[in-house]
Design a protein around this ligand. Structure first.
Ligand code: DAH
Length: 335
């Protein structure tokens, strides 16, 4: 009898394993546990046995029956899960579901252009230390420039980075000189929200460290970059600016492409939009990055990717970009 049971169990396992759908499992169940099954007739035979045999075989048969039932249920569950993940790849794809975000598209365009100029792309950290976000950029504690970059301070002594500039020192530490890096990413500030200010926005940091880098090099790269991005001539102007981590520092503005320079809420009526603050890297920052300041210098820029996307796609309110409202975002008709 034991051999017979062994055969039954082996056959049962083989057939259960081969099942492909629920109905197959129910067939196996009927065959091995139904009224016409061998197991059922063996259980029926128990009646004819002595008490001792009943005890011994009864518990064996019962054990096998329970085990089979458990295996059947497990197989049903497996098939159910498999059913849920199979999908029909012949179904047509609904292309109206969504598209890349305008900022994602601009970031890709800019990084592609910079890559062609020999820049490598770096990924920084959205959660930064005070050291990289401020201190290493020549903004020690209590420096007034920190006021303009209020942010969200976290319980773990870290903060949400206010700009992509922490990547400057991180890049110098990692790669040394000479280097050309760009680092796109999300930044955060405690802002009063309006047409052109959001608490979450995107920048792209760029930096070149080499021998004899000049302001002329900086202007050349910036102009080339903006022309390639806008695919048209754009007027740019350079104004003196102040940043603790560059000396001299500049504000690079481009003519407002939303109003054509006439003045609108986005450019606050001035006809110009601040697009790319930049400057020659401050010697103290080079030192923080362990660069030999006698041999090397460089320039850096912080391109406002969000602003750039707004200019390029004529989006007049920055708040739309983070709204998650696909109806609005898709209005920009971006492929
Ligand atoms: N990190 C600055 C900001 O967000 C922008 C900036 C200014 C970046 C000058 C630079 C730079 O790389 O050289 O306000």
């Amino acid at each position: 009898m034991k051999d017979k049971l062994k055969n039954i169990v082996n056959e049962f396992l083989g057939e259960l394993r081969a099942t492909k759908k629920e109905a197959d499992v129910f067939n196996v169940k009927a065959k091995y546990l139904g009224k016409k099954s061998d197991l059922f007739s063996l259980i029926a035979e128990l009646k004819t046995m002595s008490n001792e045999q009943k005890k011994e075989f009864g518990s064996i048969l019962n054990g096998i029956k329970n085990d089979m039932e458990e295996k059947i249920n497990r197989r049903l569950e497996e098939l159910n899960n498999e059913d849920n993940i199979t999908f029909d790849d012949t179904l047509p794809i609904d292309k109206t579901l969504g598209s890349l975000h305008p900022v994602t598209i601009v970031a890709k365009e800019v990084t592609d252009i910079l890559k062609s100029m020999g820049f490598i792309i770096m990924d920084g950290f959205e959660m930064e230390s005070d050291y990289y976000n401020f201190e290493a950029l020549n903004m020690p504690k209590n420096h007034p420039a920190r006021d303009m970059q209020d942010t969200y301070y976290l319980d773990n002594d870290m903060l949400l980075r206010t700009h992509t500039s922490p990547n400057q020192v991180r890049a110098m530490e990692t790669y040394g000189a000479p280097l050309r890096i760009c680092a796109p990413g999300r930044c955060f500030r405690n802002e009063d929200l309006d047409h052109s200010h959001e608490n979450t926005f995107f920048q792209l940091e760029g930096m070149i460290i080499d021998e004899n880098v000049s302001i002329g090099n900086l202007i050349y790269v910036m102009e080339g970059l903006l022309k390639a991005v806008f695919k048209q001539e754009v007027s740019v102007r350079l104004r003196p600016g102040f940043f603790p981590f560059t000396e001299p520092s500049f504000e690079l503005d481009c003519s407002c492409l939303i109003c054509g320079g006439k003045g609108c809420p986005t450019c606050k009526g001035s006809g110009w939009v601040e697009l790319c603050p930049c400057g020659m890297v401050h010697p103290k920052v080079l030192e923080m990055g362990h660069i030999d300041t006698k041999k090397y210098n460089g320039f850096a820029f912080g391109l406002g990717l969000t602003r750039l996307a707004m200019m390029k796609h004529k989006i007049d309110d920055i708040r739309v970009l983070n709204s998650g409202d696909i109806r609005k975002i898709s209005e920009f008709n971006i492929e």
